[in-house]
Design a protein around this ligand. Sequence first.
Ligand SMILES: NC(=O)c1ccc[n+]([C@@H]2O[C@H](COP(=O)([O-])OP(=O)(O)OC[C@H]3O[C@@H](n4cnc5c(N)ncnc54)[C@H](O)[C@@H]3O)[C@@H](O)[C@H]2O)c1
Length: 147
Amino acid sequence: MNFSVNTICTIGAGTMGSGIAQVCAQSGFYTLLFDINNDVLEKAKTSIQKNLQYLVDKQKISAQEKEDIFKRIKFVTDTNDCIADVFIEAIIEKVEAKVAIFNQLAEVNHSETIFATNTSSLSVSDIQAGIQNPARVVGMHFLTLHH
Ligand SMILES: NC(=O)c1ccc[n+]([C@@H]2O[C@H](COP(=O)([O-])OP(=O)(O)OC[C@H]3O[C@@H](n4cnc5c(N)ncnc54)[C@H](O)[C@@H]3O)[C@@H](O)[C@H]2O)c1
């Protein structure tokens, strides 16, 4: 198998999703940030800009790098725009909701796409059980850091 990761899509742009998208873009990946709620996406844009500015102020990144990182993120509300090599899900903590969005996205993405869940408390096996090709589903846990 020849699998390379170019694009990562974060599903859900709330507390976790916006931070996850930011670190993906900071790591050089072309990043999609998807949410069903446009207001949440607008808030995520503001919060990512603020976090990147903080890094500029602390001289961790240059102003140019801030711009380049932000440009790598595309904010989307339509699942048809969600074409990626890896998905990292950070939506509501409900098995059925996570299974439903993974299955919906599997229909429009290639067969080797990885679906990662950031669930805090649900069983990854329960999520896998609802997916046609369970081997594509993994658990991937991120923590929030506040400054
Ligand atoms: N908040 C934390 O500290 C934390 C830490 C680790 C893991 N988690 C887990 O991460 C996940 C997200 O938590 P959060 O705190 O970021 O939640 P949040 O409520 O801040 O954000 C969830 C977002 O998902 C969106 N959403 C809901 N259904 C959707 C769908 N079908 N498609 C696309 N977007 C959808 C909502 O509009 C909302 O913006 C949960 O599974 C949670 O258990 C949270």
